[in-house]
Design a protein around this ligand. Sequence first.
Ligand SMILES: Cc1cc2nc3c(=O)[nH]c(=O)nc-3n(C[C@H](O)[C@H](O)[C@H](O)COP(=O)(O)O)c2cc1C
Length: 329
Amino acid sequence: VQLSTRLTSALGIEHPIVLAPMALASGGRLAAAVTGAGGLGLIGGGYGDEAWLRHEFEAAAGEDVGCGLITWNLANNPQLLDLVLEYEPVAVMLAFGDPAPFADKIHAAGSRLFCQVNTVREARAAVEAGADVIVAQGGEAGGHGTAARSTFTFVPELADLLTDIAPATPLLAAGGVADGRGIAAALTLGADGVMVGTRFWAAAEALVSPIAQQRAVAASGDDTIRTAAYDIVRNWDWPSDYEMRVLRNSFVDEWLGQEEALRARQDEASRDYRKALAADDFDFANVTVGEAIGQINEILPAADLIRALVTEAADALELRSLRADAARH
Ligand SMILES: Cc1cc2nc3c(=O)[nH]c(=O)nc-3n(C[C@H](O)[C@H](O)[C@H](O)COP(=O)(O)O)c2cc1C
């Protein structure tokens, strides 16, 4: 089965499935596995640890992959983009900040600019900055984002906007897509493909503790929540618009609505956090997944996941067209 869309033609890939560049979780092996199975793998460059980035690009050698960076952090460390471009990434995804200052350099290096956006205003600005692909992120997504929009209404609104202002620019849906039904829904809503995070976080190749993965697959979408607490204990100075969707645990529950109190004991809390992380203690350390975790029951290799996603999506879309046919007769 093959799902061809404007995205697959634009990128020369088989399936319209892009691995989200999940900071530190989407390593080179996972990115290469997704590309190898016909999608596009993006390494999760995140805040840009240089040794980590070099190691992961080398782990992906032989497959065409891209890389994501957190834009507000890149603005403070612009040399990170030069390092990433050395590896001739297929695409660079920028999210959470203004991509405009970096667009020319990415294009001059022969790469493509993917912009993940959280509002219609940001989508317009990304088009203006020269984005080659727009990624619409809904608030159900795992990891950082905003609660501004949900995927279900954001994707069709942006699809219409792009038809007006940038008809050749493909649109990806991000947030909540973890099975073939989600892909079929995204394509039906006007997206040209999907960006998948949480489902691949629970892949065998992800750079994630198996203990965290087991805890997550037992959870429901009800068990996730948005919080700034982990940014406080990790000393990341995120702009206040953004919070991170994670699995609830004792730590998250303890500090819910108490961010100022947590900041007041930041040094001690950061030390405790690092200890918990080293000990795989996920009553404290973060399990970073989105609402879609409720649809995920097992850890599988990325290639198996892609095969299942594509087959289920094709079935769902076929079902839809068959039902439409039946209605017509
Ligand atoms: C563990 C994790 C880490 C993430 N890190 C980043 C990141 O560094 N940069 C980024 O643009 N998005 C990041 N995201 C968000 C993804 O790009 C994407 O929007 C999201 O995973 C899609 O929703 P889903 O998790 O429901 O598939 C992360 C998501 C997760 C689950």
